[in-house]
Every structure is written in C-alpha cells, then in structure tokens.
Design a protein around this ligand. Sequence first.
Ligand SMILES: [Zn+2]
Length: 271
Amino acid sequence: MILMTAVVSSPLFAARAAGTAIKIIDAHIHYSHDAWDRLPPAEAVAILRQAGLSKAFISSSSDQGTQMLYKEAPDLVVPVLRPYRRRGELDTWFRDTTVVGMLSALLDKNTYAGIGEFHIFGEDADLPVFRAVVTLAKKHQIFLHAHADADAIERIFKQDPDARVLWAHSGFTDLKNIRGMLAKYPHLNADLAFRTELATSGILDADWKKLFLDFPDRFMLGTDTYTPERWFDVIENANWNREWLKDLPENVARNIAFNNADSLANWALKK
Ligand SMILES: [Zn+2]
C-alpha cells in the first residue's frame, strides 16, 4: 500500500496513468569540454532519455561535444553551432575575427539547426564579427540562439528582419518587456531556462500564464547545462516543467513542451 502511494504520486506515473505523458523538447543543453570526461556521450544521452526528452537542442564549447552526442543519438540531438571553442569566451568571441571562418567551415561540413547559444549585448551586436554571424544564419536558413538584452535582439532584426531568433532565458527580462518584444517581432521565440519564478508548487504565476496564452506558439523549455554539474538537474527540470504545464490548456502545454521547438528545428533542418 505504501509502495502504491509512492508510485501513484510520482508525476511521471500520473501523466502516464492519464494517458497524456507529454512529449518534451529541451531547447537549451550544452555539452562542453569539461563535461566530457565526467559524463561520456553514452551517459549524457542516457540522462536525456531518462528525462523523457523527445529531442534536445545541443550546443557545446567546442562543437566537438555536440558532434559526439549527435553521433550517439541522431534521433534525439538537434545540433546547434556554438561560436565558442572553450569555456570563458563569452565576453570576447564577438571581437575574434577567426570565429567567422570556424563557423563557416563547420556549417559547410555538418548539419545545424541554429547558431548559438552565444552572448551578445547592446551595441556589440553591430560589430563586424557579429554581423557576419547574422549573415551566416541567413545564408544557411538557421536560427540564432541569443543570450541577449532586448537592444541586441533589436539590432539583429534590423540586420535581418527575416531572422529567426530564440531568445535564451526570455532575455532574463520582465514580462512587460518580453511581451513587447514578442508582439513586435513575429519570428522571435523564447526559451524558459532558469525562469523558475514562473511557477510555484506546480501552479503557474497568473501573469506568466496570461503571457503563454497570448503567445502560445513562441515559448519553449530549456535547462541550460552551463556547467557539468547542471547535467544532474536535467531530469528534475523536465519533471518540474511537466507539473506546471498541467496548469495550461492541453494544446498550449503541448506547444510549449514540444511543438514550438519542433517547428523551429524543422524549419531549419527540413529544407
Ligand atoms: Zn546556455
């Protein structure tokens, strides 16, 4: 009896019991060099599968990490090209002219759905290296995964009004600002990595809920494994997301959990 209670109360069991185990894509995973030894590719993929993910957007410093996971699980991995060779380049990469050649060569060699996640703020988004990255995304018809302020996002759309942009962490900005940006730019999507304030005990904050209902086709889930340790939160984060998603109408929950990320990946990959 005690065992039954424990099993029934687990979120995964509850979802399955209702016949609605929701499909999830995690749109913000990194597999960077300092994770490779501690968590070899097979073990990293095992975590993604244990989390019940249907797909994961993977970007890594260096891209070798993404290629290793893609080789291990091509059905699961949506490869995204990070402009970083190692940890610690996020403040400097957009002044490094060798980055453009590296990205260009990898884009010609491999398949990617996007370029990112990169960090860019304000007027740095108008520097030549960054402009070349926007041009590369346009040329290859892939999205940009930007950890950026609203100012940098505006500069991207000024350079290419047709760009597809995935705004990492929804810009870590307030809901009014997110709402304004989504209304202004129809090709702007936003991930929810580290926006843990959006729900408490599985209940959505009312303002976030309204935002999701007003923009049901723009948000997607993300964990952001920015350090090796963060990999151990991927399963817990998926389960946490499953809880608050139940607080939305089923079609909106499915969009945020899966469809929005799937559409973005398919736009880039199925040409
Ligand atoms: Zn990240």
